[in-house]
Design a protein around this ligand. Structure first.
Ligand code: SF4
Length: 265
């Protein structure tokens, strides 16, 4: 873990949050959520103490989406630092800025991950500066947070992340360009995907067993129910804990970095 990631919590700690992710976003009834829920409305399973009433049986109750969600630490930051001594019931404006801080924390996670790549040292100074600015925006007071332009900050940081990825993958000859590729259910067993650009690729249900994903960039790739084994994603780039958690069953047993559902009692 990088010093920056350690200094700023970039992983959800539900025990120090007031259930913001169970209230702020809208849910659409689907394979991931068993019901429709409008934004700014508490999930019926959220208890008065902000714990999930079905934490130990989320998939069985149709809430698989909750098991793969990560606020990147935005929830506890807002609850503990920005709006201390209150919660969304008394300060509903908390709900207005949750998605903003979550998006900024997600950006921080990627920047911290790029700072762990020795091959990207040429852009580390710029990345550290980007981390500081993004962190300052995420830690702004309620009034300033409401006016933060997340897209503009993403536009400033994303070229740096792409550059870091290119530097890290440059030493892999013949790397494949599969950015945004539609690989739904694809049979990719045993394929050489070293250094591949798989940013935003749709790999839902893909069979990646035996594939070599060393230094493959999986930023934003949809890995739900994808099958991975062996070295798996261990040496791939920019794989979030939520992506790990969304993998198919054979891989789950090998994954240690997982996003828990909202903590139960
Ligand atoms: S974690 Fe529990 S309370 Fe929160 S949205 Fe999911 S089912 Fe609802």
């Amino acid at each position: 873990m990088s010093a920056l990631r350690a200094a700023r919590e970039l992983r959800a700690d539900c025990s120090r949050c007031s259930g913001l992710c169970c209230v702020a976003p809208a849910f659409a009834r689907s394979a991931d959520f068993a019901l429709d829920k409008p934004a700014r409305s508490p999930c019926p399973h959220l208890q008065g103490d902000f714990r999930c009433g079905i934490h130990d049986r989320l998939p069985e109750r149709g809430f698989r989406g909750c098991t793969v969600y990560d606020c990147f630490g935005a929830g506890q930051r807002l609850t503990q630092e920005t709006f201390p001594d209150t919660d969304w019931r008394r300060a509903p404006e908390l709900l207005d800025v949750f998605q903003t801080v979550r998006a900024l924390h997600e950006l921080l996670w990627y920047v911290a991950a790029a700072l762990e790549l020795p091959a990207a040292a040429a852009v580390h100074d710029e990345l550290r500066a980007a981390f500081a600015v993004t962190d300052e925006l995420a830690g702004a007071g309620p009034a300033k947070l409401a006016g933060v332009d997340v897209d503009a900050q993403r536009d400033r940081v994303n070229p740096l992340l792409r550059r870091a990825s290119e530097l890290a993958r440059a030493r892999v000859p013949g790397r494949r360009e599969l950015r945004g590729a539609m690989l739904l259910g694809a049979d990719l067993r045993g394929q050489d995907l070293r250094g591949a650009d798989l940013r935003g690729a749709v790999l839902v249900g893909a069979d990646l067993r035996g594939a070599d994903l060393t230094l493959a960039d999986l930023t934003g790739a949809d890995l739900r129910s994808a099958l991975v084994d062996g070295r798996g994603l261990r040496d791939a780039l920019f794989v979030t804990p939520a992506q790990f958690a969304s993998l198919g069953q054979p891989a789950l047993a090998r994954v240690t970095a997982r996003t828990p559902g909202r903590a139960g009692p």
